[in-house]
Design a protein around this ligand. Sequence first.
Ligand code: PAF
Length: 274
Amino acid sequence: MRVATTHQELGEKERRVFVPTMGALHAGHASLIRQAAGIARARGGEVAVSIFVNPTQFNEAADYRRYPRTLGADAEVCRAAGADVVFAPEASEVYPPGRVIRVPDLPRVAKSPGLEDAQRPGHFAGVCQVVLRLFELVRPSVAVFGEKDWQQLQVIRAMTAQEKLAIEIVPGATVREADGLAMSSRNRFLGEDDRRRALSISRVLRESGRFESRREYEAWMVGEMQAAGLMVEYAVVRDGATLEEPGAGVMRALIAARVGSVRLIDNSEVRFAE
Ligand code: PAF
């Protein structure tokens, strides 16, 4: 496995399968990289994983500063999961001084659902900016994004279509700890009590089948998580692609909540008749 820090070192490769990350890699990322490796092997391409903590998508400077930076361990995760090249650029490679890096027009799903877009103003502008820039530097034909960041996945799909990019966006399933907690780079900040409290998130997502109506389910999710001591930002059922208010059928339950100082998100497929 190679490590490149510039796009010249990275070079061009046909059928490149790309996994963009901010590092602090865990089993969830390893699963995305293995998935990418499966696609690359089948198509005769290679897997590139980027590791770049993007300053433009953080809402709080403190959150950006404390984001774990573990390049040595990350490279080992990439190698073990089947990556061919790790792209770990400096900020000056992604945002060259004196050059304006375009923020694309944000698709509706990045602006109107009132979920991450409302809780983290400016976040999707930063994500779209860096992903578009990384696409330009890495030149993939396929890119894999985790389903845990469900709204981000829909935003990237919509942006890729809007920009008319010939890049296939492939979703990667969320990987969970044995007790159900979705893998996240932020889990390492949870103390023992908060770690236990956080389990209410995956628990309420598993129990949608007990409810007839989505409204009833939404209210119950909020109550359960509050009772566990979480500060709930949203717990809603939406259309899985647009994240607008749904009609009925297969939808997505989406949650964001703070457990102490740690913000966690999770989601799962749900079905309601009304
Ligand atoms: O999901 C992430 O880790 C980041 O938002 C991404 C897509 C790597 C862009 O910085």
